[in-house]
Design a protein around this ligand. Structure first.
Ligand SMILES: NC(=O)c1ccc[n+]([C@@H]2O[C@H](COP(=O)([O-])OP(=O)(O)OC[C@H]3O[C@@H](n4cnc5c(N)ncnc54)[C@H](O)[C@@H]3O)[C@@H](O)[C@H]2O)c1
Length: 354
């Protein structure tokens, strides 16, 4: 069992049998009502294992949400909060978010706004949520096509990760989390990038060392700048373009978050090269590796226009300027780099294959 201690809580990474959840519940929440937020898949594939291991949670009220990014929105939050309120959940009670990034983002958000905040615990069940979404205190929901436009910073009281949960995940979801892991390497640790390149995505669930390293990178960056006034922005590498592509697809046929990020990293690495910040060789290495794992970007003209429109709304922009986190070499990243909208469009059109 690995314990990664953050400033305010511990991340326990290892078999469910070894988690300290039982003692946390008996010590801190002996008489609390517990509500568990799941989606249809974490309900089917993960809930039973939790309830078998922790019989004290048999009494918990379990809510099952529809699965998917298209439900990460305010109308569903209101619906769920109504149910929680009907069950008289009080300030001293506890929410457990069991699921992927959609559930940890939305559950954390609901826990922090219900009665001005109740405690919550995250149990991420996708690779992406284990290495990224459930860590760092960003919670929230989308507003139409605008990703994560509504939200608050709020941290869980504890985080429990058992990579065994990844065994039931669809392979495409492993590819999604793998993209964020590649990002961790690209922005902060060349050795991690190299190790990931040698480890094809389907093997990653068995590589606790790689999962742990990604968690550590995310934790280290977040702890230096929790509210994202500076350094934390490097975690947005690939996300300015990635979020816009993902947002464009959101109301049509949603794509996995990691695919948007992978495409975004490829485009943003090329932008860094155009700006003279990143060597053409490293940019090529990134593009070639991403295209060996993920499909190429294939966009219609009007889709590119919509993406450019969404980029203007990105929270990372200031006064109409596009501010990006861009890498200067593999393992090093700068933030608040001003990029002209025209440059983004030019590079996006260059990599587009349709
Ligand atoms: N807060 C942050 O810092 C942060 C960082 C990165 C991403 N995110 C957010 O995370 C979200 C994406 O997370 P995600 O990729 O986990 O998506 P997700 O939560 O939609 O999960 C992906 C799919 O896997 C299913 N699933 C979950 N656990 C499973 C299991 N063990 N077995 C089988 N199926 C399972 C889900 O039902 C869903 O269909 C996006 O909304 C993104 O914006 C947040």
């Amino acid at each position: 069992m690995d314990i990664i201690q953050t400033k305010n809580y511990a991340i326990e990474l290892g078999s469910i049998q070894e988690w300290g959840l039982k003692s946390l519940l008996s010590k801190n929440y002996p008489n609390a009502k517990v509500v568990m937020i799941t989606d249809e898949n974490s309900y089917d594939y993960c809930l039973e294992k939790i309830l078998n291991q922790f019989p004290e949670l048999q009494e918990a009220q379990v809510l099952q949400l529809p699965a998917g990014e298209q439900y990460k929105n305010l109308p569903l939050v209101e619906q769920i909060l109504n149910v929680i309120s009907e069950h008289n959940l009080s300030r001293n009670d506890l929410m457990i978010n069991l699921g992927g990034g959609v559930i940890t983002d939305m559950g954390g958000f609901m826990a922090s706004i219900y009665k001005r905040g109740i405690d919550f615990i995250n149990i991420p069940t996708t690779l992406l949520s284990m290495v990224d979404a459930s860590i760092g205190g960003k919670t929230g929901v989308d507003l139409g096509s605008l990703k994560n436009q509504i939200g608050v910073f709020a941290e869980p009281k504890a985080l429990y990760i058992d990579p065994e949960f990844l065994n039931t995940l669809e392979p495409i979801q492993i590819f999604s989390g793998y993209a964020e892991m590649l990002k961790h390497g690209l922005i902060a640790d060349k050795a991690h990038w190299e190790a990931l390149k040698e480890t094809k995505p389907d093997v990653v669930p068995s590589r606790i060392d790689l999962i742990k390293r990604s968690i550590e990178i995310k934790k280290e960056v977040v702890e230096k700048d929790f509210k994202e006034s500076g350094l934390r922005k490097i975690l947005n590498f690939g996300h300015t373009v990635g979020h816009a592509i993902e947002g464009m697809y959101l109301t049509k046929a949603p794509i996995i978050h990691g695919l948007g990020v992978a495409w975004g990293m490829m485009v943003e690495a090329k932008i860094a090269t155009e700006l003279g910040m990143l060597s053409a060789d490293e940019s090529k290495e990134i593009e070639e590796f991403i295209l060996s794992i993920y499909p190429p970007i294939k966009l219609e003209d009007e889709e590119i226009e919509e993406i450019m429109h969404l980029i203007q709304f990105d929270k990372k922009n200031k006064e109409d300027k596009i501010l990006c986190a861009l890498i200067t070499e593999i393992g090093k990243c700068e933030y608040d780099v001003e990029v002209k909208v025209g440059m983004v469009e030019k590079v996006l059109r260059e990599v587009n294959v349709s």
